[in-house]
Design a binder for this molecule. Sequence first.
Ligand SMILES: [Zn+2]
Length: 424
Amino acid sequence: MTSDLDRVLAAVDALAGELVSFTADLIAIPTVNPPGEAYEPCARHIGDTLRGFGFETRYYTADGLPEHRPDYPRVNVVGVRRGRQARPCVHLNGHLDVVPAGDGWTVEPFGRTVRGDRIYGRGSADMKGGLAAAIFAAEAIRRAGVTLEGTVEVSATVDEESGGFAGVAWLARQGVLSSDRQDFVIIPEPFGIDRISVGHRGVYWSEVTTVGRTAHGSMPFFGINAVDAMAAVLTGIQHELAPALAARRTAMPVVPDGARAATLNVNGIRGGQADVAGQTPCVPDRCAAVLDRRFLPEESLTEVRAEIAGQVARALDGRHGVRHELRDLMIVEPVRTPDDSPVVTALAGAVREIAGRPAQLVASPGTYDQKHVKRIAGIDHCVAYGPGCLDLAHQPDEWVGIDDLVTSTKVLAAAVLQLAGGRR
Ligand SMILES: [Zn+2]
């Protein structure tokens, strides 16, 4: 006797051609962020497809947020397909925005390039391939004639690449995503077909400014040079803080291995008249640097902040007349879904059965929308699982493998079937 799962997997194979051309169509809609191009046509195209696949769809615009503007509207779409009852509810979420193409491409970044076993283009891996896999996983269940006990939902949201405030965070604030409505959330970010991401490290972005006193550049001894002071701060970070962070390792399975340690990147520096056209012979009285500190679940934000403040103060100690300012720019706490969560178990079982190898539980060096699902929507059972290679994200000649796209669609369909329950 053929099981429901076998029928669903056969349905995925049968719709593979549609899956590939839908992915290519999504890539051809250049939803570049910044500034947030073509969000509305992309959301509409996904919404129309979902409606054709038996979903009730609704659009959610981020009204009142500054990034939602008439020229660049922030439009999210949510499709709901109820089974025999509302719960359990499995929600599949993907972001529809992509980062700018950048240089170095040998194929058209927003073309519909399918070559051999690969679909090329900006967003193919991160994460229009995953979004397509989510939509067609739900559709394969329907085409197999299987009715779910619970509900499957698919959303396509904006601005993940810039923090997700008008996207997943917005849906969560509107109550569209909430532990009152959904039980499980899967985000098909490109971790690869046998890796399940259970969470991510934390982020502490801050700005440190050194403040001195200006003077004529020909007589620098009358001033206090803020750039010199910043040089001392950065040297201290390089020689003291950076080695201390590198020695700190998390028990969370972050990949790649280098990201198991705490890290700090100096994202940018700005001082004096460097960015003013022409030159002025002045001693710079202000210099600001942006620090991007990624912290581990074993570290607390309070300690992380105090450590940077202490490092800056030490570096400037004894520099007469130099003041400094510290400002928080962005804070994201680390998140981690428990390894024994039903969403992990369902996906891991499906990976073993369909990809034929054990699933590896990993965590992400950077953040993604899981933070909003956990912190705002209050949904604990959230992971990322999707096709494509994380290393290709944001690179020229980004691609997703068609085999992987099909395999991950099967895995997602099997997991939805397991979590929401279904029968013919
Ligand atoms: Zn992504």
